[in-house]
Design a protein. Structure first.
Length: 341
């Protein structure tokens, strides 16, 4: 076996490496908390902290016997820039509004640089237009408290799924319309600059239009939730009525009855296998918006049902986040040294 004599350059490299490792060991030994066997790592603080504030009362609805407090939860990136906001309105079949769900979507938006609020709203048996009035009150609250939460008041978007999709559709298509704003902070606008609706409802009269006779029978009942929302339950002098009893009234309570070309950009998503809200609900909204030259994108998810697992995967969550980034343009945030809000 032949041995080669190391060159001076090679010996220099070995000596330099030894001196470097020795210096590193000496430096680590001086770190507070260091002990033999400790693994020393270095982590740069480039990702901002996200603060969560829950239990915020955004509206107080006063009745003759009680005051209903409506709550909102915030997720706020701790950065110095003013940030666009996105308000989430949950689904629940018009009978519940558990606003702290869909955490995957809300956290992804917050990590992308948005102030994210999630808002509950009044549901059946409270009748329309209460839930739309609540959504507009939520927008006004965020805009009125923009400085407090680090929000740019000129960049507020909304997102909702199912019944929450109905809420955001109604809120966006009634931008600029009079008569919807009730309650506090009436000195600021309830208009929004972006709307994302996920398997939402655009026409209350045809929620089950893609389905068979059994589903059609459900939606023809005066007890189905869209009928209760618009016509109320049978009680005292009200016999109740199906949603189709008064087409003009039902259309006024539907987003398709308000599309006039003044809407903000829309992102519409629906599952082709949805068995609860007809996919044609989203197709009709998309066509109506495009006819009025409103910027709109429609994503039909081939294998998705209503609220099943595909909606929680990165591919769909990121699709929504990227659209809001393109539309509301958050800055590349710099982590703040401390809480600046």
């Amino acid at each position: 076996m032949q041995f080669m004599k190391p060159t001076a350059a090679a010996l220099g490299c070995v000596l330099a490496a030894a001196l470097f490792n020795s210096a590193c060991a000496a430096d680590y030994s001086k770190l507070p908390g260091w002990t033999e066997g400790a693994e020393v790592i270095r982590v740069e603080g480039s990702r901002p902290q996200i603060d969560m504030i829950s239990g915020v009362i955004y509206s107080q609805v006063k009745g003759s016997r009680a005051v209903r407090q409506l709550r909102m939860t915030f997720e706020i990136p701790r950065t110095k820039e003013k940030k666009p906001a996105v308000i989430y309105f949950p689904g629940g079949g018009f009978t519940s509004s558990d606003h702290e769900k869909f955490s995957e979507m809300r956290r992804a938006l917050a990590e992308a640089g948005f102030v994210v609020a999630a808002a509950e709203y009044r549901v059946v048996p409270t009748k329309f237009p209460a839930l739309v009035e609540d959504a507009k009150a939520a927008v006004r609250y965020v805009r009125a408290h923009a400085a407090e939460y680090g929000v740019d008041p000129d960049r507020i978007g909304i997102i909702g799924d199912s019944a929450g999709g109905y809420v955001v559709q109604m809120t966006g298509t009634t931008n600029g319309e009079q008569g919807w704003d009730k309650g506090d902070f009436l000195n600021v606008s309830s208009d929004v600059q972006a709307v994302c609706t996920i398997y939402g409802i655009s026409d209350l009269q045809t929620i089950g239009s893609d389905y068979g006779p059994d589903q059609q029978k459900v939606h023809a009942s005066p007890a189905v939730t869209e009928a209760l929302l618009v016509n109320g339950p049978a009680f005292r002098n009200n016999p109740g009525a199906p949603i189709t009893a008064d087409p003009k009234k039902a259309m006024f309570a539907s987003a398709l009855g308000h599309v006039d070309g003044t809407e903000p950009p829309f992102l519409i998503l629906h599952g082709a296998k949805d068995r609860l809200v007809s996919p044609s609900q989203s197709a009709k909204l998309f066509r109506a918006l495009k006819e009025k030259k409103v910027p709109a994108e429609y994503v039909l998810v081939e294998n998705a049902d209503h609220g099943d697992l595909p909606w929680y995967q990165d591919a769909l969550v990121n699709r929504v986040v990227d659209w809001f980034k393109k539309t509301l343009k958050p800055a590349d945030g710099k982590a703040a040294a401390g809480n600046t809000l």
